[in-house]
Every structure is written in structure tokens, then in C-alpha cells.
Design a protein around this ligand. Sequence first.
Ligand SMILES: C[S@@+](CC[C@H](N)C(=O)[O-])C[C@H]1O[C@@H](n2cnc3c(N)ncnc32)[C@H](O)[C@@H]1O
Length: 412
Amino acid sequence: MIIRDALESDLPAIIDIYNATVPTRMVTAELEPTTVEARLPWFREHSPNQHPFWVAESDGRVIGWLDFKRFLPRCAYRGSAEISVYVDEKLRRRGVARRLLEEAIGRAPSLGITAIVGLIFRHNEPSLKLFERLGFQRWGLLPGIARLDGVERDLIVVGRHCPARQGATSASDLQKSRPLDSLESFRGQLNDPLNLMHTLMQYRHESIHSRLLKVRDKHSMLHLDVLILIYHFAKICSGSIVEVGAFLGGATIAAAFGVRDSGKRKVLVAIEQGGRLKHKRLGTRNILRDLERNLARHRVSDMVTLIKGHSFDPATIAAVRQAVGSDEIGLLILDADAAKQRDIGCYRDKLADGCWMVVDDYYGPTADAKITPARADVDALVATGCLEPLGFYGWSTWVGRWRRERATEVVR
Ligand SMILES: C[S@@+](CC[C@H](N)C(=O)[O-])C[C@H]1O[C@@H](n2cnc3c(N)ncnc32)[C@H](O)[C@@H]1O
């Protein structure tokens, strides 16, 4: 069995599986079968990198599906998603739903999802048991909310944080579930870096790969994989994007493309002090002039708030804060000098929990084993739990996420 993104051509099979559950009155509150045409707009609302729609396929046949949708439209719920899972009635009890759910739990963090919610009828005991076995808890009960064939039915809201939070359970629950929680949390820790690598591989087959290859050749010191990840994070992140050390705009352009492809409005701030640089491929006599020219060439000038100055100047910090406004920062790219803790410190109160972080210069330019100052800064924050590592890409780039709960009192 494989799990893959659903295609529109899968929709007839998806709808057949769905319709088979309607008369059972166990799974869906839909009372009549639906059609492919009626469900097309719903299907198209999904996006592979934010609210994906997956199918489970076996021997070339769709045997089940799972979809994510926004839990509620308000901004504060942006990290929460509702999932639905359906399996071909002839293939139930063979672990298909379980595989789909495990995939959802494992991939949620790299989709920017921190909590998953499921809505299950109280009389659907097999589904409730399955979700609970996978670490979901009963978060709510809506009594008598549905009327199915004249019978009032209760709806249970099940949910779990991704990765699991120990503090979310009662003391006695915790006692009982500790081995499972730690196993899941270990799986979660392993899944996130692997999913990120997987995501990167998938982009290799998309047109953005060749677009960013051109950007990288002309305007960037970063590796193509790093530009692709910046594009990806800019696309999926919630909140604003701040880049320190824009140079000729390679990463800035990648982020702007990501924002554009997200279809959402996001503030993108690029900070650059300017100057000149001797470099075989990317030499320039005027960084700021060439940066502005490159942004214009790629038609992203109007998407970028360019702040000319040193990242640590109070005027720069004030300008960034003004541009970001009441928003949180959902992606921080640090590629200026070695003082990573200093630059994080300027915006730590604005960093969203789970803010994507791209930090360059983790490794030095030579093959010696010297710990670079940037690496010392990153490692110190990882040790305190404020930074969660997700991998190392390109020549010297560290990638991870900010963990706000652990951040208090830690960053200088
Ligand atoms: C390695 S380059 C950035 C490369 C770029 N991210 C790319 O995609 O090629 C570093 C840039 O950071 C700028 N810079 C260094 N320290 C800075 C600071 N404290 N504030 C703002 N810019 C800084 C430098 O002028 C230089 O243009």
C-alpha cells in the first residue's frame, strides 16, 4: 500500500468510498449520496503542502483516503486542522485507516499543523478506539447535535497535539500512557526531518526547481536545496517573513515566490546593510543597488519591504517591527554575520511558536572541524530546547523551528 497525494482523477473512487458510508449512519452526517461534480470545489480547496488530500492505493486502486481541512477560519486556529479518514468498506480492519492516520500525525509538523482534530459520532466506536489508540483524546462532546433517521446522535471531538504534549493529559493518564507517548514523540522527532527531505525531493519534479536554479546561479550564495526550502517555508508559514542579510536577493526572491504561490498576503522583510563584495560569481560594487535591481527583475519588489541598515541597529529593529505590525514571524532567515543569537534576540518576542528557521554558516568554509561562532550560537539554543533541529542542507545551512515555550529567559 502506498500513500500519495490525491489527483482529480481519483475523485470517482473517493466519492464511491464516501457514499458507501452514507447509509450506515455511522460515519458521516450526510444523509444522501453525493456526486463528483458536487465535491469538486471541496477537493480543490486542498493543497499538498498545507491541507493535503491523500489516498491510500493498493494494486493501482484507491482503497482509502484522508484529508486535512482548516479547523476554524479564525487566524488563531491556523495551526489546527480537522482530518477525515475513509476506507473502502471491503477493506476495513486491515490497518488502512491506521496507516493514513499515522502518516497524518507524522507529517503534521512539517505542514505547519500543531493540533489535529477529528469529529466522530459517539456511536462510531471502532473509529473512536482507533483514534484513541493513536494518542487522540476526547476534547469535547456535542450532545444530540445530529439527527439521523429520527434518532438524536452525539458528536465527540477528538484531538491531539503534534508532536504529543505530555502536559495535556491528566496525571493518571500520563502514568498509563508514558511509554506510548515517548515512543510517539521519538517517532515524531524522526518523522519531521524525514518529511522535510521528502518534501524537498518532491519539489525536484516541479517547475519551481528550475526557476530557483536560475535565481541561485545569478544571485545567491546559498545551495539550491536551501532556496527550495525557503520557498516552501514561505509558502506554508503563517505570519510574516524576516530575512537578515539579503545580499543580492537570492533567498528573498525564493521567499517571495513562496508567498506568491501561497495565494496569501504575507509581510516579507529583507534587511541588508549594503557594501561591496569581491566574488568570482557574485561580485558587486553596490549590494543594495543590485539587490533592488534583482527584486525588480523578478517582479517581487512590491512584495518585499527592504530595510537598509545593520540588523542590530535600533532603527532597523523598529522598522522591522513596524512592517510586521501585530503579526508574528513565521519564517526567519539568518544569513548575515555570525551573531545568530544577537539577531534572534532582536525579534524573539515576535517569533511564532514553530517559526521556521533557516540559519546559514553553521559549518565553516574549510573542512576543519572548528566550531563556527554561528554553530556555537545555534547549538546553545538547541541545547535549551528553544530551537528544534530539522536538518542540515547545502553547504552550511541549519534548518529547524523555534519553540516558544522553551524560549523564556534563554535568549540573551
Ligand atoms: C552571505 S550574504 C547573504 C547571502 C544571501 N542570503 C543569498 O541568498 O545569497 C550576507 C549578507 O549579509 C549582509 N550583512 C552582514 N551583516 C549584516 C548585518 N548585521 N545587518 C544587515 N546585513 C548584514 C552582508 O552585507 C551580505 O550582503
